[in-house]
Unconditional design. Structure first.
Length: 452
């Protein structure tokens, strides 16, 4: 394993350029951020999410910060590569929800520092779970968000919690899978079609007179308009969410039940979808068992289904059954303990793949968990991540960032990419020097597999 701190330091002129840009872009990022990084630093920031190329590897994870159109619009304008919408609870045609206890309307949050061993970080504790409005309202939200994404080139994905049989149950409620998946496909397709019409009418989403005059920088990062109308994507990205709170539910008390879910659910979702299907991602939970069981979970979801997921989210928050918040005992939490466990488990899984204990190759990974710096993102990248999705980082106090813009997603990107000590450009340059390459890109990390 390559320890990042042992990588060679960048040349003084690189460090000076980076420090200058970090200061210069405190009031607004370069408009074409990916082009800027490639031309000025020889670094390609493009990532991949749900089989789609994205302009940088960073996106917003599902949660209370992605539950309305205004949030999505601002995230896309800031330059995020993708946005995963708040998790909706599946239902059948009659509106029945077997997992209705996850649709809690009340949401309370607390952002706090969190220590794990010698490392201090941040975690967000909240009361509230999935989408609590009507399913029809979610479909409207998805259609409008998909239109915004398609017009700008950002990827928008719904997140869904489907029925999982618990103790005493045998069958999955397949009608929930069919009705929910097809309704979401219809809403997403309508949004992408609407974006196509708007692009043709207004020149990629906005009249020429209203476009920024400068292509170098702007007060708040704006939509990066393509050189030609984007082709309408055929597959809706969809994340199946195994909620972190599920780890505290009696449904997940038994190992074999969890493994059975992972072997069966991908096939159920694919069978439920109308043609041409979906680009399916499974968001893995951290079960309350040892790290080796996490490897078994990954093997179950990769090797068990007839058709494995197209990508995996790895992995959501830890669950503390004793911790209390807002009168509730048993809550999910993150911080350094989460990233330490996730990175350890991904390394174990990589070793298992190399030893031939997986029948199929590991799908691309969208990493999540304590990603507060570009350095942490790179650690995930070296273990197979082609994208990173964050939640806590968007909720940290403004005093934790150098950017002065009023769009938090733009502030986050400035911190993740340009920070001269912890940013992605800095750490990719150090790796480039170690490898003796002329150029390097984010997508090289997974192929290098240095961390495995």
């Amino acid at each position: 394993m390559l320890f990042l701190d042992a990588l060679p330091e960048p040349a003084p002129d690189f460090r000076q350029r980076l420090e200058e840009d970090f200061e210069r872009f405190r009031d607004g990022l370069p408009l074409a951020l990916d082009d800027f990084a490639r031309e000025r630093y020889g670094i390609d920031l493009h990532g991949e999410y749900a089989g789609r190329s994205i302009r940088n590897p960073f996106g917003k994870a599902s949660g209370q910060l992605s539950l309305n159109v205004r949030q999505v619009q601002r995230d896309v304008e800031a330059g995020l590569g993708f946005v995963v919408l708040k998790t909706v609870i599946a239902q059948d045609a009659a509106g029945r929800q077997s997992m209705a206890e996850w649709a809690i309307p009340e949401t309370r949050m607390r952002v706090e520092r969190f220590r794990s061993g010698d490392e201090e970080g941040w975690t967000v504790t909240w009361k509230g779970r999935g989408w609590s409005e009507t399913f029809e309202a979610y479909c409207t939200f998805l259609r409008e968000a998909a239109e915004i994404g398609a017009a700008s080139g950002a990827v928008i994905a719904p997140s869904v919690k489907y029925h999982l049989p618990g103790a005493g149950e045998i069958a999955f409620r397949e009608e929930e899978y069919r009705f929910t998946t097809r309704a979401l496909q219809e809403a997403w397709a309508a949004g992408t079609r609407d974006a196509g019409y708007r692009i043709q009418d207004t020149g990629y989403g906005i009249p020429d007179a209203d476009r920024p005059a400068s292509r170098t920088s702007h007060p708040v990062s704006s939509i990066q308009y393509p050189a030609s109308p984007p082709s309408e994507p055929s597959l809706m990205p969809l994340e199946k969410d195994f909620s972190p709170t599920l780890a505290g539910d009696q449904r997940s008390d038994e190992r074999e039940r969890i493994l059975g879910w992972l072997r069966r659910v991908p096939d159920l979702i694919r069978a439920a979808a109308d043609p041409p299907g979906v680009a399916l991602g499974v968001k893995m939970m951290n079960a309350r068992f040892e790290p080796e069981f996490q490897v078994e979970m990954l093997r179950a979801v990769v090797d068990g289904p007839s058709s494995p997921p197209d990508f995996l989210d790895y992995a959501n928050r830890l669950f503390d059954p004793q911790r209390e918040f807002e009168g509730k005992t048993g809550v999910a939490y993150g911080g350094p303990a989460l990233s330490a466990r996730n990175l350890h488990c991904l390394a174990l899984a990589g070793q298992a793949v190399q030893e031939g204990r997986f029948q199929r190759p590991m799908p691309p990974i969208s990493a999540t968990g304590d990603i507060l710096t570009g350095k942490r993102a790179m650690e995930y990248g070296l273990l197979g991540a082609t994208s990173c999705q964050m939640h806590t980082l968007f909720q940290l106090p403004d005093t934790e960032f150098a950017s002065r813009v009023r769009n938090k997603a733009a502030t986050v990107l400035h911190h993740l990419i340009f920070h001269p000590g912890s940013g992605l450009l800095y750490w990719l340059e150090r790796l480039r020097l170690q490898l003796g390459r002329e150029r390097i890109g984010w997508m090289d990390l997974a192929a290098l597999g240095v961390g495995t």
